[in-house]
Design a protein around this ligand. Structure first.
Ligand code: NAI
Ligand code: MG
Length: 355
């Protein structure tokens, strides 16, 4: 075995999170063909089954169990019949994001062959960009309060929190990502005309950090027109960086413009690598189709490719993506949500075979 071996914490979770074996099948095929090793630690927590047995979503010592991993490969969590969603999500996935300072939420937006595009007249290649969302501060803050509820004096306040540390690091990540791309272009989402304190600060930090990257071109849009441009002119974008709220919206709108959530992946990344990063499909546990063997495994597989890229195995990641593209070309390779005839396992096996 090669001296490159990665230790991965594998957490399938609930429902169609259990397409995990197809994600792992692709990882193992890529490891074999690219000469690196994988040490997989499967964990049964962060699931409704675990909750029923233990009365909590994760063991008290979860950090000891996953903290030494090079990355976390996550399925999906949520089984609302058994555990309310705010508990299942807050006591598992959001613990990883916060405790491991995964301050980058990264999502590719790419129109793939075989995926019907909701935007008229677009071909694969026309839409290919990244959304970089700040994942720890901004509009999603706990600063504020609710006073005199139910009375004439009722007042609610929730403050946006932007720190120089927090804004600089996400903006820098976006510029670093752009440097690795052919077009080297960064678009910043702002709203400085309306949110006249924090957003001018955001814009100022983008201006300052851009000076460190003379090779990267850039522009900025107010968030309202930016959403329109995602739909009207998606070919304009290369790397789009946004605050927590704006990024949340853009990172759902982007993949929706490129087709289906069944194939969209995401990374929750701690770029300093002080802690493991977590890679997961964008979709949830899909209780409506869980257990039927028909879920599209491509979101999980593509998340695995992002994880390998993060671990430094860029060639293996690219190989997985070209295998996915091959398989999506033919109806026999695609699952039903993409008007194909494959099931979860046959789609996963086709990707692994193409590797
Ligand atoms: P969902 O993404 O699970 O499902 C939405 C719709 O898309 C469903 O009709 C589903 O059948 C379909 N779908 C999703 N992934 C698919 C795939 N791979 N192949 C084929 N069809 C697919 O979102 P929903 O229904 O809002 O949430 C269900 C549960 O998942 C809830 O408990 C929610 O809290 C949880 N959830 C968890 C997430 C996570 O773990 N990161 C993210 C989103 C939701
Ligand atoms: Mg969202």
């Amino acid at each position: 075995m090669s001296n490159r071996t990665y230790r991965i914490a594998v957490i399938a979770g609930d429902g169609i999170g259990k397409v995990m074996p197809e994600g792992v099948r692709a990882l193992e095929a890529a490891a074999r063909s690219h000469g690196f090793g994988l040490e997989l630690d499967w964990h049964d927590f962060a699931s409704a089954d675990y909750y029923v047995r233990h009365g909590r979503m994760m063991p008290e010592d979860w950090k000891e169990k996953v903290g030494t991993a090079d990355a976390i490969f996550f399925g999906a969590v949520g089984w609302p019949e058994v555990v309310p969603d705010h508990i299942s999500l807050w006591e598992s996935l959001l613990q990883f994001r916060r405790e491991y300072d995964q301050y980058v939420n990264l999502r590719p937006v790419r129109l793939m062959p075989g995926v019907p595009c909701p935007l008229a007249g677009r071909q694969p290649g026309d839409i290919d960009f990244w959304v970089v969302r700040e994942n720890t501060e901004g509009e999603y803050s706990a600063v504020g309060g609710h006073m005199f509820p139910g009375t004439e004096r009722e007042v609610v306040i929730q403050e946006t929190v932007m720190t120089r540390h927090g804004v600089d690091r996400i903006v820098r990540f976006a510029f670093d990502l752009a440097m690795k791309r052919e077009r080297r272009h960064v678009t910043s989402a702002t709203k400085s005309n309306g949110i006249a304190i924090t957003m001018p600060f955001w814009d100022g930090r983008v201006d300052a950090i851009a000076q460190e990257y003379p090779d990267v071109t850039r522009d900025k849009y107010h968030i309202d027109i930016l959403t329109a441009q995602f739909v009207l002119n998606p070919q304009r974008f290369d790397v789009v960086v946004a605050s927590n709220l704006f990024g949340d919206i853009l990172s759902d709108l982007g993949p929706a413009c490129a087709g289906t959530i069944g194939i969209a992946p995401s990374g929750n990344i701690n770029p300093e690598r002080a802690h493991p990063s977590l890679f997961e499909p964008v979709h949830g546990s899909a209780p409506d189709i869980a257990g039927q063997g028909i879920a599209n495994p491509v979101g999980q597989i593509w998340s695995g490719a992002m994880m390998l890229e993060h671990l430094g195995e860029a060639e293996a990641a690219a190989a997985i993506m070209s295998a996915v593209e091959d398989v999506l070309q033919t109806p026999a390779g695609r699952t039903r949500d993409l008007k194909g005839s494959a099931d979860t396992v046959s789609c996963g096996k086709a990707v692994a075979a193409s590797l």
